[in-house]
Design a protein around this ligand. Structure first.
Ligand code: DQA
Length: 141
């Protein structure tokens, strides 16, 4: 089982950006948490972050026939990107959408998610734990 964890724009700024919304832990902390969980669950995980929509599309395309599952936090591209939705549909890999904050309780422009149409599950507002829950879902736990 190989899982790709994809993170969109500004998530590399975790710990610095809006700590009242996203917490004080850093992106490095998030990666360490995910990798420790993957090791515990005996699952291979690759983590990738980009601030560029096209890079994320490329990474999803490259996942075709390589990865068995995708955990995606598209960050701001959640609310704008048909390209990410189309890329997920193209590769047809089982995917889970994750948001650190509870987007359902935030601004109206965050209520739209294009990738949600494809993803089997959405996990919001559970902090970094949402990524671990998404991995567990993909491995059938
Ligand atoms: C986010 C929520 C998005 O609305 C925002 O643009 C982000 C992070 C989250 O993880 O809560 O960058 O995806």
């Amino acid at each position: 089982m190989k899982i790709l964890v994809l993170n969109g724009p500004n998530l590399n700024m975790l710990g610095i950006r809006e700590p009242e919304v996203y917490g004080k832990s850093t992106y490095k902390d998030l990666c360490a948490l995910i990798l420790a969980h993957a090791e515990k669950k005996q699952v291979e995980v690759e983590i990738y972050q980009s601030n560029h929509e096209g890079d994320l599309v490329d990474k999803i395309q490259q996942a075709y026939s390589v990865f068995d599952g995708i955990v995606i936090n598209p960050a701001a591209y959640t609310h704008t990107s048909v390209a990410l939705l189309d890329a997920l549909k193209a590769v047809a890999i089982k995917a889970v959408e994750v948001h650190i904050s509870d987007v359902s309780k935030r601004e109206s422009f965050r209520q739209i998610s294009y990738v949600r149409e494809y993803c089997e599950k959405t996990i919001c507002g559970k902090g970094f734990g949402g990524y671990l829950e998404a991995i567990d879902y993909l491995i059938g736990e």
